[in-house]
Design a protein around this ligand. Structure first.
Ligand code: CP
Length: 302
């Protein structure tokens, strides 16, 4: 992993994923270490973020590193017409590693091809979100004791949800049984399903959420991605397609945990938050440890 960009979760093997998760466990026990002293990490967010940007920045600062960057394209020279290539060619001379979120699918790959320092993809359009995937895997392993042979129920916007794409591809390495709940218009893209098929695993597709719930070890709720719809009227038709409430968790498996990459809009009722099966805020915290593991591996410090 040393000096390699992380653009897509496909860039990592099963063994490399497990290595990051094991290292994240070590950081969870001891998140404050001075291993990044003197290192500068650039945080370039061309799209809004709370968890990804702040957990990366917290991860770096707890390890003694420094952060430069911007949280919006509006405050960078992109606003004046600068290209992504010129931005990256400039910022890579100011930093040891670049964390980048961008609204265009493939932007992280393009950046990695011109950068002299590694790029970590913090989300590119509707394509991939590989660091979210790693923290999702960490959360699944932590709550289930394993990543293998689980029934994972994905719910919501499986078409535009980049976290679902990355996590489906990764879970195809772990003998998962996939249950895909979405409106017909928002089904998982064929290119992502091909990873399930190549791994010779099964998946079932549903429009009725209730049908899938009793099977779940993990329910992975997602927001309908309003900003990705070409036509706002199409968003209006599906925006409240699935809403999980507490009563729907009655009679579910004891080991079931509810995950969500967040932010939520209204797809999980607030009455679920106090249910012991709700795990989404702990999931967001796990992002700090996983990102510490990732940065220290890429920088060759662990
Ligand atoms: N999960 C996630 O990517 O959240 P943010 O958009 O707040 O970073």
């Amino acid at each position: 992993m040393k000096n390699r960009s992380l653009v897509s979760i496909n860039d990592y093997s099963r063994e490399e994923i497990i290595k990051i998760l094991d290292l994240a466990e070590e950081f969870e026990k001891n998140p404050r270490q001075s291993i990044l002293n003197g290192k500068v990490i650039a945080s370039l967010f061309f799209e809004p973020s709370t968890r990804t940007r702040l957990s990366f920045e917290s991860a770096v600062q707890q390890l003694g590193g420094s952060i430069v960057g911007f949280s919006s394209a509006a405050t960078s020279s992109v606003q004046k017409g600068e290209t992504l290539k010129d931005t990256i060619l400039t910022v890579c001379s100011y930093s040891d590693l670049i964390v980048m979120r961008h609204p265009v699918d493939g932007a992280a790959r393009w950046a990695s091809e011109v950068s002299s320092v590694p790029i970590i993809n913090a989300g590119d359009g509707a394509n991939q979100h590989p660091t979210q995937c790693l923290l999702d895997l960490y959360s699944i392993r932590k709550t289930q004791g394993t990543l293998d042979n689980l029934d994972i129920v994905f719910v919501g916007d499986l078409k535009y949800g980049r976290t679902v794409h990355s996590l489906t591809i990764a879970l195809s390495l772990f003998n998962t049984r996939f249950h895909l709940v979405s409106p017909l218009e928002l089904k998982l893209p064929s290119a992502v399903k091909s990873h399930i098929k190549e791994a010779k695993l099964s998946y079932e597709q549903y429009t009725d959420f209730a049908e899938a719930i009793p099977k779940a070890d993990i329910i992975y709720m997602t927001r309908i991605q309003r900003e990705r719809f070409p036509d706002p009227l199409d968003y209006e038709k599906v925006k409240n397609a699935y809403i999980l409430n507490n009563s729907m968790l009655e009679g579910t498996k004891d080991n079931l945990r509810v995950l969500h990459p967040l932010p939520r809009v209204n797809e999980i009722s607030e009455d679920v938050d106090s249910n012991p099966k709700a795990y989404y805020f702990q999931q967001a915290l796990n992002g700090v440890y996983v990102r510490q593991a990732l940065i220290s591996s890429i920088m060759g410090l662990k």
